[in-house]
Design a protein around this ligand. Structure first.
Ligand code: NOJ
Length: 564
């Protein structure tokens, strides 16, 4: 008997709305200044009301937290600051009983240097099985052309270990040695960890840094055939013993390089669409749809059971690795006036500050997030327009406590403020007295209410998660217009939605060629307002600054069709 996941539909991840959060940042239940699982459980009603359907938890395992938990010291336990395994189980049950799926991190490229495997490896004799769990070398000359990802901190992908008397390989921080996937024992251990969480009932796994599993001379040590073979092994193990689970690939590469991670539908179910995100911001600042249509034109088709993961912001910097040098300069200029806002190859800011706290721009970007082909991922706090703190180190400025209310520590914790894992945001614009859940719940015009409505609206349609995309090409390039279409095989019904977005800060006219839809009535989805029927003439629309329209194209009722 295969072990079933909590969702009933095997393709549940296609219709999901994912909410990304850090347990440590969400709610502290015991007053130690650190969020925990009992705290998170107490906030599940909020998440259910928001309408999100899948909770993505950032790493919550035992860790020295030098990379916010992506430096794992034990794959099969919970960091005591966040609670116990039992607390996690309770959280999982509570999320499932609310119909929400749970996505957790499988960080297998590397461990913390405090992981007992590494501690044993450095003491073990060279060439021994224990030593070979990691990648060692007598010198630091191999794999010379491999890029350094954390370029602000690291000068080399090799680090010298005094105890071992050898160099070890690390694609990320030097305290994160890479596991050696050439050693079959590593895959065995990874399978064990994976099964541990899947057996417990976790629905989905985000495979962190999955492009870098193997190293080979003369390559960039990325996307190697061996890496794909290893992921296929993990997937086969999932398919053999479990149902309705999902694997999400974290591969920060061009869409053509990400495409192989879907395999023939037998590798990862989902993969993030990294390059789309900076291009959305570019299109907005340039008031030109080209950066978006261009990257989508470069996005290959994916197998039917696969899905892109879309996001506007996440816990990392807004990465600019996947844009050209000119585009990068442009993005830095447009979106990071203060050099402190930059880190590695990217910009460490939240959504609201990136768009100058402009509500219309926030809504416009979210309308794209929620209507583009893929599964949208909302980063915690962005639904209320939280700000960031660029004076915190690393990417921590976007990882501050969730702002629940105007009370002490934003309602996040009863600890003395100095004890919080990070200070809450306190400035007059984004501070917790101005931006918090409680205030926005009592304000019908708040961003929180707007987000909730949009999430609810999206969930009424299968077309957004499952349908095709076709761009229209009106002369006015400040307008992004596209048709989403879905034929529902199980109901024999179809959904067609026309999305129109004004990327400009000024009102814009547009004429759309809707010849394939003559006679249909566009119905605006937020208000269910019918627009004039489509004729063979260009369809004129006027859009307010940064506004968008979602128009369902419905067959005209017979009464208003002209007689034959
Ligand atoms: C990707 C994660 O998103 C990032 O936060 C982390 O630092 C690296 N992987 C290394 O684990």
């Amino acid at each position: 008997m295969k072990k079933a996941g909590s969702a009933s539909d095997p393709l549940w991840y296609k219709d999901a709305i994912i909410y990304e959060l850090h347990v440590r940042a969400f709610q502290d239940s015991n007053g130690d200044g650190i969020g925990d699982f009992p705290g998170l459980i107490s906030r599940l009603d909020y998440l259910q009301d928001l309408g999100v359907t899948c909770l993505w938890l950032l790493p919550f395992y035992p860790s020295p937290l030098r990379d916010d938990g992506y430096d794992i010291a034990n794959y099969v336990d919970v960091n005591p600051s966040y609670g116990t395994l039992d607390d996690f189980r309770q959280f999982l049950d509570a999320a499932h009983s609310r119909g929400m799926q749970v996505l957790i991190e499988l960080v297998i490229n590397h461990t913390s240097d405090e992981h007992p495997w590494f501690q044993a490896a450095r003491l073990a004799p060279a060439g021994s099985p224990a030593r070979d769990l990691y990648v060692w070398s007598a010198d630091n000359q191999r794999y010379k052309n491999v890029p350094i990802i954390f370029s602000d901190t690291e000068k080399s992908n090799w680090a010298w270990d005094e105890v071992a008397g050898a160099y070890y390989w690390h694609r990320f921080f030097s305290h994160q040695p890479d596991l050696n996937f050439d050693n079959p024992a590593v895959i065995e251990e990874v399978l064990k960890a994976m099964r541990f969480w899947l057996d417990m009932g976790v629905d989905a796994l985000r495979m962190d840094a999955i492009a870098y599993l193997y190293e080979r001379d003369g390559t960039r040590c990325e996307n190697l055939p061996e890496t794909h073979a290893a992921i296929k092994t993990l997937r086969a193990a999932i398919d053999a013993d479990y149902t309705n689970r999902c694997v999400l690939a974290e591969v920060n590469q061009s869409p053509t390089d990400v495409r192989p991670y879907f395999g023939d539908g037998d590798e990862c179910h989902m993969a993030f669409h990294f390059p789309l995100m900076p291009r959305i911001y570019m299109a907005l600042r340039q008031e030109d749809r080209l950066p978006i249509t261009d990257i989508m034109a470069q996005t290959p088709a994916i197998p039917d059971n696969c899905q892109w993961g879309l996001f506007l912001r996440n816990h990392d910097e807004l990465t600019l690795e996947m844009v050209t040098a000119d585009e990068r300069d442009y993005m830095y200029l447009a979106y990071s006036a203060d050099p402190r806002m930059r880190i590695n190859v990217g910009i460490r800011r939240r959504l609201a500050p990136l768009v100058d706290n402009n509500r219309r721009r926030i809504e416009l970007l979210n309308s794209l997030l929620l209507s583009f082909p893929g599964t949208p991922i909302i980063y915690y706090g962005d639904e209320i327009g939280m700000g960031d703190n660029i004076y915190l180190g690393d990417r921590n400025g976007v990882r501050t406590p969730m702002q629940w209310n105007p009370d002490r520590n934003a309602g996040f914790s009863t600890a003395v403020p100095a004890r919080l894992y990070f200070p809450v945001i306190m400035d007059p614009i984004y501070g917790y007295q101005a931006i918090n859940v409680e205030a926005q719940l009592s304000d019908q015009s708040s961003l929180l209410h707007w987000t909730r409505n949009m999430v609810a609206l999206r969930k009424l349609f299968h077309v957004f998660g499952r349908g095709t995309l076709e761009f229209l090409s009106p002369d006015n390039r400040k307008i992004l217009a596209y048709i989403r279409h879905y034929e529902n095989p199980s109901h024999g019904s179809s959904e067609t939605v026309l999305c129109v977005a004004n990327l400009s800060r000024f009102a814009q006219p547009v004429s759309l060629n809707l010849n394939s839809f003559v006679g249909m009535i566009p119905v605006e989805l937020l208000g269910y307002v019918p627009f004039p029927p489509i004729t063979s003439q260009p369809y004129p629309l006027t859009l307010a600054p940064y506004s968008f329209l979602w128009l369902e194209l419905q067959p005209a009722p017979e009464s208003i069709l002209p007689p034959l």
